[in-house]
Ligand binder design. Structure first.
Ligand SMILES: [Ca+2]
Length: 93
């Protein structure tokens, strides 16, 4: 993907942040980056500075809400679904 344009750069940053905290999960020769609950906690703590990261119950709830395919991890699509509402909230504060 070309890095031209601010939105392209933002998407690239999203992907870079995701891959920095995610672990590679390989199944039948196919590898995908995925966030475990621990990865999610670290990402929320360091990249969003949210109080939720200090409360294991809130991380658990966040994981359950975002984990659409119930595999116990977040893929990039599920991760982006977390970023959108946070971005929407930031417009108002
Ligand atoms: Ca999942």
């Amino acid at each position: 993907m070309a890095s031209k344009g601010r939105l392209n750069k933002c998407i690239g940053e999203l992907k870079a942040v995701f891959q920095e905290y995610a672990s590679k999960d390989c199944e039948q020769g196919q590898c995908q980056f995925k966030l475990s609950k621990r990865d999610l906690k670290e990402l929320v703590q360091k990249e969003l500075d949210m109080d939720a990261a200090k409360d294991p119950a809130k991380i658990e709830k966040m994981m359950n809400m975002l984990d659409e395919n119930d595999d116990g991890q977040l893929n990039f699509h599920e991760f982006v679904m977390m970023v959108i509402p946070v971005a929407c909230l930031c417009i108002y504060f």
